[in-house]
Design a protein around this ligand. Structure first.
Ligand SMILES: Nc1nc2c(ncn2[C@@H]2O[C@H](COP(=O)(O)OP(=O)(O)O)[C@@H](O)[C@H]2O)c(=O)[nH]1
Ligand SMILES: [Mg+2]
Length: 236
């Protein structure tokens, strides 16, 4: 057998000078950076109603989803904190909007907004309609809004209220608003169920990213954190 061509040994690049741009960070590095950044999340303020949410100067990421979709658990997992967002076994409990600051060296460069879950059956109809209006208003007009993370239980798929929400933000997504749909509790799906719901939701989420996510199995956590980090740091 002929010896393998060894020509590449001759073209090994010379060591780069100190001034050269550093090599691109590997995916592992980027995930580590993003998780470290998410971990700095800390409580800023709470508003009893969306209308009372103070304006912020920093780019904001809103976490939204149907009650019981796994939103609080996802926020806690992404920030690697146990009780940042109160995870409750009773759906529809958290009606406050909580803002969390996030940033390295104690300098916040982003805000996470935990919005109340919707679609809880026991909420009176009028309150539901009011909530839809207020939420729609926030999603359409909040100036600091950089991105939306929509948590969806993949065993239910997108519900009517999720679709209304996606319709509301679609024009802003077309103009650059970021969207990530997290299919939560993916540990409850088989591999083929996961692949199927992923492709269906991708079709429905026009323009947004869709990822499988499990707080229990820590699936998709680093990737989601990295995406959110890039939303807030688009030039790095
Ligand atoms: N198996 C599994 N259960 C989860 C996961 N994330 C959340 N849950 C459960 O789903 C329920 C609702 O979660 P929670 O975070 O309170 O939902 P929220 O109402 O959207 O904030 C709780 O019983 C959680 O323990 C997950 O990744 N895997
Ligand atoms: Mg919750």
């Amino acid at each position: 057998m002929a010896p393998r061509y060894q020509g590449s040994l001759m073209t090994t690049p010379a060591p780069s000078p100190a001034s050269a741009t550093p090599p691109a960070a590997t995916e592992t590095d980027r995930i580590r950076t993003a998780l470290g950044w998410m971990h700095t999340a800390h409580f800023l303020t709470s508003a009893p109603q969306l209308e009372h949410l103070p304006p912020v100067d920093l780019p904001e990421i809103a976490f939204v989803g149907r009650s019981n979709a796994g939103k609080s658990t996802a926020i806690n997992t992404l920030t690697q904190q146990t009780r940042l967002a109160f995870a409750s076994k009773t759906p529809g409990r958290t009606q406050h909007i909580n803002l969390f600051g996030v940033g390295k060296q104690k300098i916040d460069d982003g805000v996470l907004a935990d919005l109340p879950g919707y679609g809880y059956a026991a909420v009176p109809k009028e309150a539901k309609l009011r909530w839809q209006r207020v939420m729609g208003n926030y999603l359409m007009t909040r100036e600091s809004l950089r991105g939306v993370v929509l948590m969806v239980d993949p065993r239910q798929g997108l519900t009517e209220l999720d679709e209304i929400l996606l319709d509301v933000i679609r024009p802003r997504v077309a103009e650059g608003l970021k969207l990530l749909v997290l299919l939560t509790k993916s540990d409850k799906l088989t591999r083929s169920e996961g692949a199927r719901v992923l492709s269906i939701t991708r079709l429905q989420a026009g323009g947004g990213e869709v990822k499988l996510f499990s707080a229990l199995k820590k699936q998709g956590v680093g990737e989601a954190a990295e995406l959110l980090w890039r939303w807030i740091h688009p030039n790095t």
